[in-house]
Design a protein around this ligand. Structure first.
Ligand code: NAP
Length: 646
């Protein structure tokens, strides 16, 4: 069977020289040249005069001059024509030495050995689904292991796909009417992903047809819907059904999952995939507003904003997307922003994908795979350097290290360069805390140009009171309003709220955690046998990568746990307390060396009431990948069989 990444042979419509030349106008030139190496088998292309000049997140042209791009296109046209005329044969596999050279060439640096295997796995150049779940050897044993997955967002859907592949009986319970989780719920105007979409998709389910480089919510939701249908998962999902809790019975080694409305499901294992950003947070503000008022994750489309006075409270990652999307139709937009945000330039943030890109993804051998790598690598662990605190660095309130100061300077320069004729805004939009200390945003200038509009005001204040037709900010200034939008984020520190998960000996998980949600490798908790968290404690990413990559690592690990349970005929597994405690101590110690825990950041959903950070991972992606590749049975306490299936 032809490798699915080896390029689909051309149809008559897209095989002409003109069609090829036209398509090449839209593509990433460095990526194109690597595809040419595959097509021609000629590695000397890497020694030619055209080579990428530098690396920056989402800069997919390698800072090439227009002249170099034109030269590369001419070379590629010859290579593609020759390949076409040979009938688009599947290229010969490339050996490891050349692959490494190609990696280094594309990103203008030597990719350290410890990363190479992870990246090759992510790229799946051999056409395999490298993280697929192996079918359970003993089908009868699998039958004794029914699994309930809570949530059909990005992680829960992934778990379902892998359970299906392995052959475990499973049910997914989803409170919404369709899949996507956050991409189902967050339908506010302007909602889009900020990880490049050709990377922000499952490694085994690339999509040639993204219409934007950073797709908007409807397209993302449609992607998850399509993937779900393609994998035959939908019949196993119970929609519009909310899980209120789950209780472990030790005698029968069974979880009883309780549904809102009273039904129950029995399972031997539970995969809890509700994520961290699931429950909207609306601060308790005194007073009452009489007009329409809603949280961004509960956007009310029936409210016509045209010509209305809108007050938006909060402007983090969400408000920052909402404002440019509604500013041209509202009468007046007042944005109450308590803390300014750091941001960096991304010219493609709202750009459409030209027709040559899907053409290249479909036809050019391994173009999509290398493009994925090009998006992944600059976001892979490099951001950690800027987030790491150098205790000897002076002026920690301003920056936490030399690299962090450099990031601050770069972000500041870009922000101020956008303000041009409005220097009065500089003081309002420049944050007063170290760069990358909170979620760093990226923009094409839309946010800052929105702030310059005559009908928009940025108010650097919190909110202190609501009145029937106005909001009083924390400086005592009144803002008349017809509509109130709460862009105030999520209850990220109250993980699993409002579910009640009761483990061995009647222990309530949220009580056990208190303000410190924690889990071994972010996934398992002693006393909660066969209970697995996805996107759980210490797995959120604040410095790059993609949560999909992280989830793929987690789901592979969880599947191995289930496979081990089945293979051993064991009733239950739970992490050893010493491993769990050690993991938490190490993770917290590491976290204290990161900017996110800086005492100079006053407000941040990354922190709990004590100022500790429990949701984020302080670890390199390559470490998490290697720690989760293979389950060490010695990390777990096992209870061998002897119970009937639930
Ligand atoms: P957020 O980052 O927590 O921002 C909430 C906003 O509300 C902040 O401006 C915050 O001010 C303000 N706020 C909170 N409580 C307040 C109070 N009592 N009084 C006044 N202001 C208050 O929430 P978010 O913007 O919804 O983003 C949450 C996360 O969702 C992001 O970090 C990201 O992970 C994800 N997200 C991703 C995307 C994307 O991929 N493009 C888009 C949107 C969201 P302070 O900053 O002062 O606390």
């Amino acid at each position: 069977m032809r490798n699915p990444h080896a390029g689909r042979p051309f149809s008559a419509a897209d095989a002409s020289d003109d069609a090829i030349a036209r398509a090449l106008e839209d593509v990433s030139i460095p990526t194109l040249l690597l595809s040419c190496v595959h097509m021609s088998g000629d590695a000397r292309i890497l020694d030619g005069p055209v080579r990428p000049q530098g690396l920056f997140l989402n800069e997919v042209q390698g800072f090439l001059s227009e002249e170099d791009k034109a030269r590369a296109r001419a070379l590629a046209l010859d290579v593609i024509r020759a390949w076409r005329d040979r009938g688009c044969p599947e290229p010969e596999p490339v050996g490891p030495d050349l692959l490494k050279r190609m990696m280094d060439w594309l990103v203008c640096e030597s990719v350290p050995d410890e990363y190479v295997q992870m990246l090759l796995e992510e790229m799946e150049l051999d056409g395999s689904d490298a993280r697929a779940a192996a079918p359970v050897a003993d089908r009868a044993a699998a039958g004794e292991l029914p699994v309930v997955v809570i949530g059909c967002g990005m992680s829960g859907l992934l778990a379902a796909i892998r359970l299906q592949q392995a052959g475990f009986p499973y049910v997914v319970v989803e409170k919404n009417a369709g899949p996507g989780g956050t991409w189902w719920e967050n339908r506010y105007p302007g909602a889009r992903v900020d990880v490049g979409n050709h990377f922000y998709c499952y490694s085994f389910e690339p999509n040639d047809d993204w219409t934007e480089f950073f797709a908007r919510q409807p397209e993302l939701q449609a992607y998850f819907q399509r993937v779900m249908e393609g994998h035959g998962v939908a019949p196993n999902v119970r929609w519009n059904t909310e899980v209120v809790g789950a209780t472990w019975d030790d005698a029968t080694a069974t979880w009883t999952v309780t549904l809102a409305g009273g039904g129950t499901l029995l399972a031997r294992a539970v995969i809890c995939a509700v994520g961290q950003l699931n429950r909207p947070f609306v601060p308790d503000v005194p007073g009452r507003f009489d007009g329409p008022s809603f949280h961004t994750a509960r956007w009310d489309d029936s409210v016509d904003l045209a010509g209305r006075r809108v007050v938006m409270i909060g402007a983090g990652a969400t408000g920052f997307q909402v404002a440019p999307a509604i500013a041209d139709r509202v009468g007046q937009l007042s944005i109450l922003q308590r803390s300014a945000q750091w941001m960096f330039p991304n010219p493609n943030y709202r750009a459409s994908v030209g027709p040559g890109v899907p053409w290249a993804l479909r036809h050019l051998p391994f173009y999509g795979r290398w493009y994925r790598f090009l998006l992944f690598w600059p976001s892979c662990d490099k951001g950690l350097a800027a987030a790491k605190v150098d205790p000897s660095w002076p002026g920690q309130a301003r920056s936490v290290s030399e690299v962090n100061e450099f990031a601050r300077a770069m972000f500041t320069e870009w922000i101020t360069s956008q303000l041009g004729d409005r220097p009065d805004l500089v003081e309002q939009v420049l944050p007063d805390y170290p760069a990358t200390g909170k979620r760093t945003l990226q923009d094409d200038g839309s946010w800052l140009s929105t702030l310059k509009r005559p009908n928009v005001e940025l108010v650097r204040a919190g909110v202190s009171r609501l009145e029937a037709d106005r909001v009083i900010d924390s400086n005592g200034v009144e803002h008349p309003a017809d509509v109130l939008v709460w862009a105030t984020g999520f209850r990220a520190n109250e993980l699993l709220l409002p579910m009640r998960i009761v483990g061995r000996d009647g222990v309530d998980l949220r009580k056990h955690w208190g303000t410190r949600p924690r889990a071994y490798l972010g996934m398992t908790v002693p006393g909660f046998p066969n209970f697995f968290l996805l996107y759980g404690p210490s797995t959120n990413l604040a410095s790059g990568g993609s949560l999909i990559f992280h989830s793929e690592c987690q789901v592979r690990y969880v599947m191995q746990c289930l496979q081990m349970l089945a293979a051993r005929g064991a009733a239950a597994m739970e992490p050893r307390v010493d491993r769990y405690d050690d993991w938490y101590a190490r993770t917290q110690a590491e976290m204290k060396t990161m900017v996110w825990a800086s005492p100079h950041i006053e407000h941040s959903f990354y922190k709990n009431a004590e100022g500790e950070v429990n949701g984020l991972s302080p670890w390199r992606l390559v470490d998490f990948w290697s720690w989760t590749r293979t389950v060490d049975p010695g990390d777990y306490a096992w209870r061998e069989g002897g119970v009937s299936p639930p």
